[in-house]
Design a protein around this ligand. Structure first.
Ligand code: NAG
Ligand code: NAG
Ligand code: NAG
Ligand code: NAG
Ligand code: NAG
Ligand code: NAG
Ligand code: NAG
Ligand code: NAG
Ligand code: NAG
Ligand code: NAG
Ligand code: NAG
Ligand code: NAG
Ligand code: CU
Length: 567
C-alpha cells in the first residue's frame, strides 16, 4: 500500500511538472498559451503567480528541425505581457520575436496575439519566456527541437529526454520586487530559493515531498535538456557521482565534452547526456550560484532534485550532495566555457574570416546622481544604472520595429557608437567617479544585410566588475574568444578559435574581461541585444541592431501579421 502511494505521488508529480519524454511525440503545430494566474505553494506559503496554462514551468513546445509552429497567446492576466522564443532566429520575421517596445507593443490584459515560430537552423534545446517587465520569473518553458525526419543526433540516441529548468523563486510577488528596486534606485532583493523544474528541493523548508525526481533504469542514457531560466544568477549544476557529457549548447551541437559540473548563464541552454552507470541508489542533482563579485550579495542557497535508480536496493537515507565549484570560482566557470567546441560539420555556415563590420562595446554598471524627490539607495546614495558604450538604453513607449518599418521618427535614433566613445583603462582597479555617469538614449546600430560582424564585449570595472551574459536576438553567433583585462586587438585576435567555436546565442563575458563573437548578419529585422541578467536589463544594458533588407526578394522583412498588438 505504501509503495503504491509513493508511486502515485510520483506519477502525479510528473504530470504536474513535465511528462518524461520519449522521442516520438504527438505532432502539434499549434499551441494555445493562456497567460493567467495560478496559486502555487513554495517555501511553506501559497501565492498566485503568473503562468502559461496554469503551469510552472510552462508547457514544452516540441518541433522538428525547420518546422513552423503557431502559438495563440491569450492574455488573461492583469499585466501587459509579451512572449519571446529565445534563440529562435525567426528568419525575416521579427514581428513574432517578442521583446516589449522593441518588436511589438505588449498584449494588454484580455488581448490576443498569434505568434509564428519559424524554426530554421536550430536543433536541440531552446526556451520561451515573457519579455516584458519581470514576469519571465514564472512565465517560461522549454522548447525541444528534434532532428529533421530521417536524420539523427550526432550521438547515440538516448533512452529518454528530460527537461531541467533552473529558476529562481521569490516569496514576494515578483512585480513588487521589480517595482521596489526601480523606485528606490538600489539593487533588487535576492531570490529566496533556486529551483529545478519549479521545485526548490529538500534542503528548503516544506519542499521535501515535491522535489523533482528523475527515475532512471540502470544502464540507460538520459538526455538532460538544461535551461537557465533564472533572473539574475549564473549557475553551476552537477549530478552526484555522475558525469555529464555536453552534446549541444543553445540548440547547436558541440563536440562531446565530459565534465562533472557545468556552468550555465541566464539565457543559455545545454544538452547533456547522463549515463545511469553507477550503483543503483538515490543521488542528488544540484545547482547553486556562480558569483564573482566580492561585493554583491546573492541567493546562496542550493537547489536539489533526485536521481532515483529503479530496482531492489536499500537506498542511502541521505545521499551525498554533488561537489559544485565554489561560488566565486571564476577559473572553474571559464575553464568550462573555454572547453566547449562546436561541431563544424553541423555549422550553418563557415566561421567568418572576412569581417566587414567591427563593433566594440563596453558593458558597464553605472550610477545616476540623486535628483530631488528621488529615493537613492544605490551606491554612495546614487541610483543604479547600466550601459553599453556609455549609453543607458531608454525603452521607448512604442515599438521600434513598427517605427522602423513605417518610417516613423522620434521613437529611436541611429547613433549607437561602434566603439567606446572614451578609451580608458576599462578594467583598472580605481576609476575616476565622473566616468561612472552614463548618457541616456534610445540609440540603435544599423547594419547592412550580409555584413560579417565582429562584436567585442568589453566589461569594465566602473562601479564594480561582474560577468554579463550577453544575448542577441535574431541569430546565433560564433563565440571565438574571451579573456581577462582589456581587449587587445593585435594580441587577442591571434588567440581566436576560428576552427571549432561554439555557435550560441548568449555569451558570458568574464568579469573585468572581454568576449568576442562573429556572425553573418543575414536576417533582416530589428534585433534586441542585451544583458540577460534581468536587473542589468532594467538598468539599461542593452541596445538594438537593425539589419537592413537585402536586395533579393527573400532578403526582406515579411509583412506584419494582421493582429499585431496596438500600443
Ligand atoms: C488563490 O487562492 C486564493 C485564496 O484561497 C483565492 O482567493 C484565489 O482565488 C486563488 N487564485 C487562483 C488564481 O486560483
Ligand atoms: C524517411 O525514411 C523512410 C524509410 O526509409 C522513407 O519511406 C521516407 O520517405 C523518408 N522520409 C523523408 C521525409 O525523407
Ligand atoms: C526586500 O527585502 C527587504 C529586506 O529584507 C524587505 O524589507 C522588503 O520588504 C523586501 N521587498 C520585497 C518586495 O519583497
Ligand atoms: C567522469 O569522467 C572522468 C574523465 O573523463 C573519468 O575519469 C571518471 O571516471 C568519470 N566518472 C564517472 C562517474 O563516470
Ligand atoms: C549564505 O548567506 C548567509 C547570510 O548572509 C550566511 O549566513 C551564510 O553563511 C551563507 N552561506 C554560505 C554557504 O555561504
Ligand atoms: C528485495 O530484496 C530483498 C533482500 O534481498 C528481498 O528480501 C525482497 O524480497 C526483494 N523485494 C523484491 C520486490 O524483489
Ligand atoms: C573567493 O571567496 C573566498 C571566501 O570568501 C576568498 O577567500 C577568495 O579569495 C575568493 N576568491 C576569489 C578568486 O575571489
Ligand atoms: C571581404 O569582403 C569585402 C566586402 O564584402 C570584399 O570587398 C572583399 O573582397 C573581401 N575580401 C576577401 C579577402 O574576401
Ligand atoms: C561618494 O561620493 C563622494 C562625493 O561625490 C565622493 O567623494 C566619494 O569618493 C564617493 N565614494 C564612493 C565609494 O564612491
Ligand atoms: C589597467 O589596469 C590594470 C588593473 O589595475 C593594470 O593591471 C594594468 O596595468 C592597467 N593597464 C594600463 C595600460 O595602464
Ligand atoms: C559617459 O558620458 C558622460 C556624459 O557625456 C560623461 O560624463 C562620462 O564621463 C562618460 N563615461 C564614459 C565611461 O565614457
Ligand atoms: C500597457 O501597454 C499599453 C500599450 O503600450 C500602455 O499604454 C500601458 O501604459 C501599459 N500599461 C502598463 C501598466 O504598463
Ligand atoms: Cu549584465
Amino acid at each position: 500500500m505504501k509503495m503504491w502511494l509513493d508511486k502515485k505521488i510520483i506519477f502525479l508529480q510528473i504530470i504536474c511538472c513535465f511528462s518524461l519524454i520519449d522521442i516520438s511525440y504527438q505532432r502539434q503545430n499549434e499551441y494555445n498559451f493562456v497567460v493567467k494566474e495560478a496559486n502555487y505553494t513554495r517555501l511553506c506559503s501559497t501565492k498566485p503567480i503568473l503562468t502559461v496554462n496554469g503551469k510552472f514551468p510552462g508547457p514544452i513546445i516540441r518541433a522538428y528541425y525547420g518546422e513552423t509552429v503557431y502559438v495563440n497567446v491569450h492574455n488573461k492576466g492583469k499585466y501587459n505581457i509579451t512572449l519571446h522564443w529565445h534563440g529562435v532566429a525567426q528568419p525575416r520575421n521579427p514581428w513574432s520575436d517578442g521583446p516589449e517596445y522593441i518588436t511589438q507593443c505588449p498584449i494588454k490584459p484580455g488581448g490576443k496575439f498569434r505568434q509564428k515560430l519559424k524554426f530554421s537552423i536550430e536543433e536541440g534545446t531552446l526556451w520561451w519566456h515573457a519579455h516584458s517587465d519581470w514576469s519571465r520569473a514564472t512565465v517560461h518553458g522549454p522548447i525541444f527541437i528534434y532532428p529533421r525526419k530521417n536524420t539523427s543526433y550526432p550521438f547515440p540516441k538516448p533512452n529518454a529526454e528530460v527537461p531541467v529548468v533552473l529558476g529562481e523563486w521569490w516569496k514576494s510577488e515578483i512585480m513588487d520586487v521589480q517595482e521596489e528596486f526601480l523606485r528606490t534606485g538600489g539593487g533588487p532583493n535576492n531570490s529566496d530559493a533556486l529551483t529545478i523544474n519549479g521545485q526548490p528541493g529538500d534542503l528548503y523548508p516544506c519542499s521535501k515531498s515535491e522535489t523533482f525526481k528523475l527515475n532512471v533504469d540502470p544502464g540507460k542514457t538520459y538526455l538532460l535538456r538544461i535551461i537557465n531560466a533564472a533572473m539574475n544568477v549564473v549557475l553551476f549544476f552537477s549530478v552526484s557521482k555522475h558525469n555529464l557529457t555536453v552534446v549541444a549548447a543553445d540548440a547547436s551541437y558541440t563536440k562531446p565534452l565530459t565534465r562533472d559540473y557545468i556552468c550555465i548563464a541566464p539565457g543559455q541552454t545545454v544538452d547533456a547526456l547522463l549515463h545511469a552507470n553507477q550503483e543503483p541508489n538515490n543521488y542528488y542533482m544540484a545547482a547553486r550560484v556562480y558569483s564573482s563579485s566580492p561585493v554583491l550579495t546573492f541567493d546562496n542557497t542550493t537547489t536539489t532534485a533526485r536521481l532515483h535508480y529503479s530496482g531492489n536496493y536499500t537506498s542511502t537515507s541521505s545521499p551525498p550532495l554533488p561537489k559544485l565549484p565554489y561560488y566565486n570560482d571564476t577559473k572553474a566557470a571559464y575553464n568550462y566555457f573555454g572547453s566547449i567546441k562546436g561541431l563544424p560539420k553541423r555549422y550553418p555556415y563557415k566561421v567568418p574570416t572576412n569581417i566587414t563590420t567591427h563593433i566594440v562595446t563596453t558593458i558597464s554598471l553605472n550610477s545616476f546622481p540623486c535628483s530631488e524627490g528621488q529615493i537613492c539607495q544605490g551606491p554612495n546614495r546614487t541610483r543604479f544604472a547600466a550601459s553599453m558604450n556609455n549609453i543607458s538604453f531608454q525603452t521607448p513607449s512604442s515599438s521600434i520595429l513598427q517605427a522602423y518599418s513605417n518610417h516613423v521618427s522620434g521613437v529611436y535614433d541611429r547613433g549607437f557608437p561602434s566603439f567606446p566613445p572614451f578609451i580608458f583603462n576599462f578594467t583598472a582597479e580605481y576609476l575616476p567617479l565622473d566616468l561612472e555617469i552614463p548618457r541616456r538614449g534610445t540609440k540603435v546600430k544599423v547594419i547592412k544585410y550580409g555584413s560579417t560582424v565582429e562584436l567585442v564585449f568589453q566589461g569594465t570595472r566602473l562601479l564594480q566588475g561582474i560577468d554579463h551574459p550577453m544575448h542577441l536576438h535574431g541569430t546565433s553567433f560564433y563565440f571565438v574568444g574571451h579573456g581577462f583585462g582589456n581587449f587587445d586587438e593585435e594580441k587577442d585576435r591571434k588567440t581566436y578559435n576560428l576552427v571549432d567555436p561554439p555557435f550560441i546565442n548568449t555569451v558570458l563575458v568574464p568579469i573585468n574581461g572581454w568576449a568576442a563573437i562573429r556572425y553573418r548578419a543575414s536576417n533582416p529585422g530589428v534585433w534586441f541585444l542585451h544583458c540577460h541578467l534581468e536587473r542589468h536589463l532594467s538598468w539599461g544594458m542593452e541596445t538594438v541592431f537593425i539589419v537592413k533588407n537585402g536586395k533579393g526578394h527573400h532578403q526582406k522583412i515579411l509583412p506584419p501579421p494582421p493582429d499585431m498588438p496596438p500600443c
